[in-house]
Design a protein around this ligand. Structure first.
Ligand SMILES: O=C(O)C1=C[C@@H](OP(=O)(O)O)[C@@H](O)[C@H](O)C1
Ligand SMILES: C=C(OP(=O)(O)O)C(=O)O
Length: 430
């Protein structure tokens, strides 16, 4: 699908959608427990892939108004009757590859054309050291993956510079191994806050993991533990909210309050700090969970280290495109391993809107200026579509394609933007 977008200021109040990362973890931990309720989950294409995979391992999931009631497998997943399709979701593929290591048989996992290009090498390597037989059918570390269960537990090291999801996946499954595991991270750990989110959720599920060093890069995980995840309410998603907050900050005449944004371990809450530093008029009432932004101030350039918070790169790139001066997005090579190579996608599309941008292996240098409308491509990637759409709301006279990709993390993105007054119309593909 394609949308046409006119210059639009936005005004009003809107709820942040529920967190994708917390929903994936809540469903996975509930599936490994006996019986749990997950309230206000994100229902999106990615989280539904985790629900389906959990069902294939033997959990049953009832959807009831705004909650999921999950009858779990109490630590022992079945061998799935069919292959597991993680669709577009890296989190699902990595978490469920590790869950497959707990079965008594063989599991095959795959995904869509995008997911089948994403790396899994470090996870496969460590699973093999832990007594599992895990490989890529094509021998290239990409899905389809084949996993023969038999997770034992022992001392292993894993490269943390490609994806934190490998570490989260092992933290979730190693507590169910026969023996204890010591997991040491080598290389510079990227996306650290997502590991902290995993540790927070494991604690809620009654699982013990000892963080063994001051950098938080060695974990001692006792084996033979039991999952007991009970009743959980998913918080709002700061990554999804970033598009609403950034649009309001960029476009004069806007005044938006995003609700359901309470303090959280989510690294992407740093969007509030980034906007403040860039000169936006932004306030966060942490008790009420409300973030309010008033547009109209000229934003200033910034330097953004994307190491911990890669999902903010498309949002910050668009902010940089309208800011005064030259901004740098650095430490961002891992952003190339997402649904698309997002540095390349931004470096291809933003110049079509008149942006002066230089791409390097792990950085973007963006000099802000006046945007003009253009037809841009969303690369079938939810975050590229949402970032280009807010750029279009600033520039006007813009079309964005592959907009159905918002179903991955924020299915109501266009509905919410329209409810705030954005001039966005569906147009048929020519
Ligand atoms: O664990 C998670 O929920 C996620 C971890 C991050 O991935 P990487 O660890 O691969 O950077 C992030 O980009 C992704 O959207 C969600
Ligand atoms: C990279 C993302 O998710 P995943 O890795 O789960 O596909 C994302 O939501 O931007």
């Amino acid at each position: 699908m394609r949308v046409s977008i006119d210059k639009s200021s936005i005004k009003g109040k809107v709820f942040a959608p529920p967190s994708k990362s917390y929903t994936h973890r809540a469903v996975t931990l509930a599936a490994l427990s006996k019986e749990s309720t997950v309230r206000r989950p994100l229902i999106s294409a990615d989280t539904l892939a985790t629900v389906r995979a959990s069902e294939m391992f033997g959990a049953s999931v009832e959807r009831n108004e705004d909650r999921l009631i999950i009858h779990g497998i109490n630590g022992k997943p079945n061998v799935p009757d069919d292959i597991i399709d993680a669709a577009n979701s890296g989190t699902t593929l990595r978490f469920m590859t590790a869950v497959a290591a707990l079965t008594d048989g063989i599991t095959v996992l795959t995904g869509d054309t995008s997911l089948r290009t994403r790396p899994n090498g470090p996870l496969l390597e460590v699973l093999n050291q832990l007594g599992v037989k895990a490989c890529s059918t094509r021998g290239n570390e990409r899905a389809p993956l084949v996993v023969k269960g038999g997770l034992k537990g022992q001392d292993v090291s894993i490269d943390g510079s490609i994806s934190s999801q490998f570490i989260s996946a092992l933290l979730i499954t190693c507590p169910l191994a026969e023996n204890s595991t010591t997991l040491s991270i080598t290389g510079k750990l990227k996306s650290r806050p997502y590991v902290d989110v995993t540790l927070e959720m494991l604690e809620l599920a009654g699982i013990k993991v000892h963080v063994d060093d001051s950098n938080g890069t060695r974990f001692i995980i006792p084996g033979k533990q039991k999952y007991d995840f009970k009743d959980y309410t998913v918080p709002g998603d700061f990554s999804s909210a970033s598009y609403l907050l950034a649009a309001a900050a960029m476009i004069s005449g806007s005044e938006v309050t995003v609700k359901n944004l309470f303090p959280s371990k989510q690294g992407d809450k740093v969007i509030i700090e980034i906007l403040r530093q860039m000169g936006a008029d932004i306030t966060w009432d942490k008790k009420a969970g409300n973030v309010t932004v008033r547009g109209g101030r000229q934003l200033k350039a910034t330097t953004f280290d994307a190491g911990a918070t890669p999902d903010l790169v498309p949002t910050v790139a668009v902010l940089a495109a309208v800011a005064e001066g030259t901004s740098r997005i650095v430490n961002a090579e891992h952003v190339r391993y997402k649904e698309t190579d997002r540095l390349q996608a931004l470096a291809t599309e933003l110049p079509k809107l008149g942006v002066d941008l230089k791409e390097e292996r792990d950085s973007l240098t963006i000099t802000g200026g006046k945007l003009h409308g253009a037809s841009v491509h969303g690369w079938d990637d939810h975050r590229i579509v949402m970032a280009l759409s807010i750029a279009g709301m600033f520039a006007g006279n813009t079309t964005v394609d592959t907009t159905e990709a918002v179903s991955i993390s924020y299915p109501d993105f266009f509905k919410d933007m329209r409810s705030l007054g954005a001039k966005i119309e569906d147009i048929s593909e020519e």
